[in-house]
Design a protein around this ligand. Structure first.
Ligand SMILES: O=C(O)c1ccccc1N[C@@H]1O[C@H](COP(=O)(O)O)[C@@H](O)[C@H]1O
Length: 217
């Protein structure tokens, strides 16, 4: 298999078919949303069902928004998660405590509209393992992520941070080259861009996007 220099997280997985397609096509991370307002929300029972036979290989990321600790622990067990992604107002201390308790890798998502927003990452430098930069949600949206909106990618180009980071938000096959080129990202996170409608992953889009990523050097 050709190795791309860009790692991909396919987020918002709700079916075994999507998980297998993403794993088979080379996704490095599979993301599972635990947020009831999301069209991609996985109930605990659905997560337990999926967790029984998820493909080996990709890391498994649980995505949480100001979630209760008990809910996080249950999802860790159901999906055998390797990473916890925090997409709400979780403090560095709270994430550090969850990391210490679970031993899992942690990702803090931050909403970025201009360069001043990048400062929001600094307090997390010593508490998390990865950063994830997403666009600010449109006014009135119920979701802090998964809105199919892009941030100004070039803002990330000269980012100086000690942590590895993902770029997320509104990335799809048609703009991923530009997203990578402008941001200099080595990890990208995609959800809406591989769906046929919110919450419904499109297997052909997953395969095509990951195939094209493999061709990138
Ligand atoms: O996807 C969701 O529904 C979601 C809900 C709550 C928090 C985060 C969510 N998704 C995250 O959003 C980005 C990708 O968004 P896009 O759909 O590609 O624009 C990614 O970090 C997801 O984990």
């Amino acid at each position: 298999m050709t190795q791309s220099s860009v790692s991909v997280k396919i987020c918002g997985i709700t079916t075994m078919e999507a998980a297998e397609a993403a794993a088979e096509a080379g996704a490095a991370y599979l993301g599972f949303i635990s947020f009831p307002k999301s069209p991609r929300h996985l109930t605990l029972s659905k997560a337990q069902e999926l967790g029984k036979s998820l493909p080996q290989g990709p890391a498994r990321v649980g995505v949480f928004v100001n979630a209760a600790e008990q809910d996080i622990l249950e999802m860790i067990e159901a999906l055998d998660l390797t990473h916890l992604q925090f997409h709400g107002h979780e403090s560095p201390e709270h994430i550090r405590a969850l990391k210490d308790k679970t031993g899992l890798q942690t990702i803090k998502a931050l909403a970025i509209a201009d360069s001043s927003d990048l400062e929001k990452a600094v307090p997390y430098y010593k508490s998390v393992d990865f950063l994830l930069f997403d666009a600010k949600p449109p006014k009135g949206s119920d979701l802090p992520g998964g809105n199919n909106v892009s941030l100004p990618w070039a803002l990330l180009r000269n980012l100086k941070t000690p942590l590895p980071w993902f770029v997320a938000g509104g990335i799809h096959r048609g703009n991923m080259h530009e997203a990578v080129h402008q941001s200099h990202a080595t990890m990208i996170d995609i959800s809406s861009g591989v769906e046929s409608k919110p919450g419904l992953k499109d297997i052909a889009k997953i395969k095509a996007l990951l195939y094209e990523i493999k061709q990138m050097k």
